[in-house]
Design a protein around this ligand. Structure first.
Ligand SMILES: Nc1ncnc2c1ncn2[C@@H]1O[C@H](COP(=O)(O)OP(=O)(O)OP(=O)(O)O)[C@@H](O)[C@H]1O
Length: 303
């Protein structure tokens, strides 16, 4: 696996007057899972299709190991992709579908059985695909992408239609691909899921990048407005003390206060100085969902 980096540079795509992707640049590193996040219509699928040579960019380039997909010598063994899980021929069985793909790619037939096992579809392998649930089709699509054990994998919304057990399986599988040194790009609008699955994230909205970096850095960069949850038997006094110290305080009811604009440590300090007893002092956990909403607010309209 010499260089299996995906490099997207100044990539743009217009469909008539629709600017689906605008000047997008990011790098997907081997050995890491990169989450490609954005609301509906953000341009994710169009970008993935440009990386895979299925859509011609209006401007910019997308390369895999320094070459455009269309210039790769053995693309099926270099890059595995799941784009549209409903693309398989409904009349075929899952096993036959994978065997046909093996034959087309010059892979041994046993890879069909091995990947069926890997994605947990052995029990349904000899049933026609038209009877598969969406989640089963996703698993079959993942199996198809991994037939040639390629070093680079691109999955468009692979978690769609999966039940919680399926999502757990997908997360483990995707993480194991990266742990083995593969380059993994996964698009999603399931942000909480990406928080658990991805090492890096690229967040797009309205065809543009709004933030990219490691999950930890992106979270840190958007958690300036900390929210702290407090419980105290002396809510009125603490409320006054916090307001005097410059915090915004909401009263969700009873003995509870929600403090904005002050860290948990500062809130505890104010309580101590005011002589107020605390029963709970809890900073709200930062999550990607909130970061995403903050970042894409106002840019998320479907064009
Ligand atoms: N072939 C096409 N012809 C015309 N417009 C298109 C075409 N493909 C995509 N678009 C438009 O480009 C924009 C981006 O679409 P794209 O499918 O890339 O977004 P997405 O982020 O994958 O969205 P979703 O999460 O809904 O799948 C949308 O406005 C869409 O309508």
């Amino acid at each position: 696996m010499s260089d299996n980096r995906i490099v997207v540079s100044g990539l743009s795509k217009n469909f008539g007057s629709v600017r689906a992707v605008q000047d997008l640049s990011f790098t997907v590193e081997p050995g890491r899972v990169t989450g490609f996040l954005g609301p509906n219509g953000a341009g994710k699928t169009t970008t993935l299709r440009m990386i895979l040579g299925l859509v011609r960019p209006t401007a910019g380039t997308a390369t895999i190991g320094g070459q455009r997909y269309l210039d790769l010598h053995d693309p099926l063994r270099r890059v595995g992709a799941l784009l549209d899980a409903s693309a398989a021929h409904g009349g075929r069985t899952g096993r036959n579908h994978l065997r046909v793909l093996c034959a087309a790619a010059g892979l041994p037939r046993r890879r069909a059985d091995e990947t069926l096992e890997l994605v947990g579809l052995v029990a349904a392998a000899d049933r026609p695909i038209k009877g598969y649930s969406l989640g089963m089709r996703q698993r079959l699509g993942v199996a198809a992408a991994f037939l040639g054990e390629p070093p680079v994998l691109v999955f468009d919304e692979p978690a769609n239609g999966l039940d919680p057990e399926g999502i757990h399986w997908l997360r483990q599988f995707v993480r194991s691909l990266a742990a083995a040194g593969r380059t993994v790009l996964v698009s999603s609008h399931l942000l909480a899921e990406m928080q658990l699955m991805a090492d890096d994230v690229v967040i797009v909205a309205g065809g543009r990048t709004v933030r990219q970096g490691s999950v930890a850095d992106v979270l840190a960069s958007v958690t300036t407005s900390t929210v702290v949850h407090v419980r105290t038997p002396d809510a009125d006094r603490l409320h006054r003390a916090l307001a005097d110290a410059g915090a915004a305080v909401a009263r969700p009811g009873g003995d509870r206060l929600t403090v904005t604009g002050m860290s948990a440590a500062e809130t505890g300090g104010v309580a101590l100085r005011a002589g107020v007893e605390l029963h709970e002092l809890r900073p709200e956990a930062a999550d990607l969902e909130r970061a995403f909403l903050d970042l894409t607010a106002g840019k998320a309209e479907i064009r």
